[in-house]
Structures are given as C-alpha cells and as structure tokens.
Design a protein around this ligand. Structure first.
Ligand SMILES: *Cc1c(COP(=O)(O)O)cnc(C)c1O
Length: 377
C-alpha cells in the first residue's frame, strides 16, 4: 500500500491479505492437529471481515452477551460464551444464542445450568479452571496470578460439576510461545486429568502467539495431537491477538510541532484512547520509517490530542524534520485497539478501513460527535 495522502486520519487500516495469512496458518494448525480454533472477539472484532474469518475459523469466543450477539449475528460458526460472572438478566439470551456456555465457578454453574439447558438443550456446558501456573509477562494480563478471580482452582473445584459439564476451559497465556503452554499443561493435567474421563473437550484458551515469527507451530501441533490421543477429547484454541497480529496499522497526522526542551509533535490520535495497550502493557509501537530516539537526525516526542499529560506514544527519530500534515503510521494496531477505544476528551474515534486483497482502500466506518454524545446523557 503506497498512497496514504488521501486517507482521512485517524484511521485503522486492516490489510486483508495479512489477515488471511494469519487465518491460513491457524487453519493449518487445525488441519494438522485436529484442534478447533475460534476467534476471541475481545482482541479483534472487526465484523466486516468475518466473511473471510469464518472461511477458516470454527466460531467465536465471547466474553459476555454483547460479544455473543455480535458473533451470532455476524459469524457462521460456534458461539462460546464465558463471563467471570453471568447476570440473571442476561442468562436467558446467552443460553439462546450460545453453543457453549463457560462458567467461572461451580456456584455459577449450579445457579444457571438448568436454565441454560431448558432454553437450549443443545448447549454445551463447561467450567473454567485456573491451573495456577502461568508465565504471563505482566500481572495485569496474568489470569493465574495470586488471588485471581478468573477460573476455578483445584481447592475450589467441586466434583459435582462433572455431572453437568461437557468440557473444561483454561486460559493462562499472554503473547507466549508453545513452551509456556507446555508448562501450563503439565500443571493442568497434574491437577485435573483425573476428571477428564467422559469429557468431550478441553479448551486451551488464548494467548498462543501462533502467528508471531518464531512461534514453534509444529511443536504446538504435536502437543495437541498427543493430548487428544491421550485423553480422547477435542481441543479448542481461542486466540484473539494471534488473529489480528500484524494485520494493519493506525494512520494519523501531525497537527503541530514545537520545541520544549525536546521537539514535540502533536498527532490527531491518542495513546490513551486509541492505542491503550501502549500505556497499559506498556510497549512502544513501531512507526513506519522511524528510528529510536537519537538514531536518526530529528527526534520527536509523539503526543496525543488529549489533555492527559501522559498521553505519549514515545520518542521517534526521522531523517528529515516533520511537517504539519505529515502522516504517521503506527504499525500493528489492529488487535486490542479499536475494541478498547474510548472517546476520552471527546476525541474522535479513528475510522475503520480495509485494504482489500485487490488493492482497494475501503472505508468501513467513520465516527463523529454522535458516537461521543450517545454514550453520555
Ligand atoms: C483474552 C482471552 C482470550 C484471547 O487471548 P489472546 O491473548 O488475545 O489470544 C481467550 N480466552 C479467554 C478466556 C480470554 O480471556
């Protein structure tokens, strides 16, 4: 993609060809291992691409009613719905539209199992387990850390649930390679394999960085095949990040530059509102054509167009000075960005666009004042 001059910024651009490349790799894992891969909507929910996604993946995993509705309405495939705690007022509709309902605790399962089955006799029930092992890089993204509320530990497990569940889920990884999965599986099997008899499936959750360069795909396939053979169960993987990984960018414009001890550039986007994980993780997004601070001749501190002092993307250097109106391209801004967007400061939400396989720039959606107003009253 060459000509950015016509794109109205800010805008997320998902590149169809790159998305399909990820989907093909995930499909290869399915074919070779026999596992089913479903999309975690939490990380990537650009539903205008679902026509393509559903050619490869078997369904979606939803973190509650709204994601489940999005999946049911827009994706031909299985809908798996989990929530740390389901609400009384949502459970009937969740039961109606979900193929799998995953409970977080035995108490939640006992509370809602009959209602779910009455409404949807075909629904599969599952319990999320906390294997209490994880090498997740950051506490905020570690579902198996101390005092975790996510999943049922062995101490809290109630064998009574085995009468009702078709499967067990765990989710313990975050941006990790297959050796981290191996470690989790050792603990999971050690604690829970005595309960696998009669189960139809085990869901290995997300956080598998399958589409990242260097991920040991063949080893993942081996592990899944061995697991399936050993316990005679189906295996699900539910990646979010790996689907949207390196499939596009966020394009913004320079609005102003000035010097205050260092050169500062203000952009028409925001780290806080549009690239939230750059602050939460935190990490430094790559900017096309730039170097580290000081690496090239002209270094700028990039700041967002909000009043938050810390709304800073980082320091980036360039061969030539930046001009007002220059386009700045933040790489790999498709997963966990627009799903988390806010209208903090009333800032405009970036548009959503697709760069098609045929080489066309397709604007999918633009946002404006109404989207800000709608959420307030
Ligand atoms: C977040 C999450 C996923 C997806 O995780 P990724 O890191 O995006 O692959 C899958 N399952 C559950 C239960 C999750 O909470």
């Amino acid at each position: 993609m060459q000509d950015f001059s016509q794109i109205k910024t800010p805008c997320y651009v998902c590149e169809e060809e790159l998305l399909e490349k990820n989907l093909k790799l995930l499909d290869y894992v399915q074919e070779q291992s026999g596992a089913k891969v479903i999309l975690a909507l939490k990380g990537f929910a650009m539903w205008s691409t679902f026509g393509l996604v559903q050619k490869y993946l078997k369904g979606c995993t939803a973190s509650g009613l709204h994601e489940a509705l999005l999946a049911r309405e827009n994706f031909k495939g299985e809908v798996h719905t989990y929530s740390p705690a389901f609400k009384e007022e949502d459970i009937a509709e969740i039961a109606r539209i979900s193929d799998h309902v995953v409970f977080n605790s035995p108490n939640q399962l006992f509370t809602y199992k009959d209602r779910v089955k009455e409404i949807n006799p075909h629904a599969h029930l599952s319990l999320r387990i906390n294997p209490e092992v994880s090498s997740s890089p950051k506490d905020i993204y570690n579902p198996c850390g101390i005092y975790s509320r996510l999943g049922t530990t062995l101490a809290n497990f109630d064998e009574e649930v085995l009468k009702y569940v078709d499967g067990l889920n765990f989710h313990a990884l975050c941006e990790q390679n297959v050796d981290a999965l191996e470690e989790v599986l050792i603990a999971f099997e050690d604690k829970f394999s005595k309960y696998f008899k009669g189960l139809k499936y085990i869901n290995f959750g997300g956080g598998h960085h399958i589409t990242k360069k260097g991920y040991d795909v063949e080893k993942l396939i081996r592990i899944i095949k061995d697991f399936r053979a050993k316990y005679n169960v189906e295996v699900y993987l539910e990646p979010g990040e790996a689907v949207g990984w390196q499939t596009g960018f966020l394009i913004s414009s320079v609005l102003d530059t000035f010097h205050n001890g260092i050169d500062v550039a203000i952009l028409d986007t925001s780290a806080e509102a549009h690239m939230p994980d750059t602050l939460a993780m935190p990490y430094r997004a790559d900017v096309r054509g730039s170097g580290e601070a000081g690496e090239k001749k002209y270094t700028y501190r990039f700041g967002g167009n909000t009043c938050l002092a810390g709304d800073i993307m980082g320091d980036y250097s360039f061969d030539t000075p930046l001009k007002i109106g220059d386009k700045i391209i933040f790489e790999d801004q498709i997963h966990y960005t627009f799903v988390k967007n806010t209208t903090f400061n009333g800032i405009k939400l970036p548009s959503l666009a697709i760069y098609t396989k045929e080489g066309a720039f397709k604007l999918i959606k633009e946002f404006g004042y109404e989207d800000y107003k709608m959420r307030l009253s």
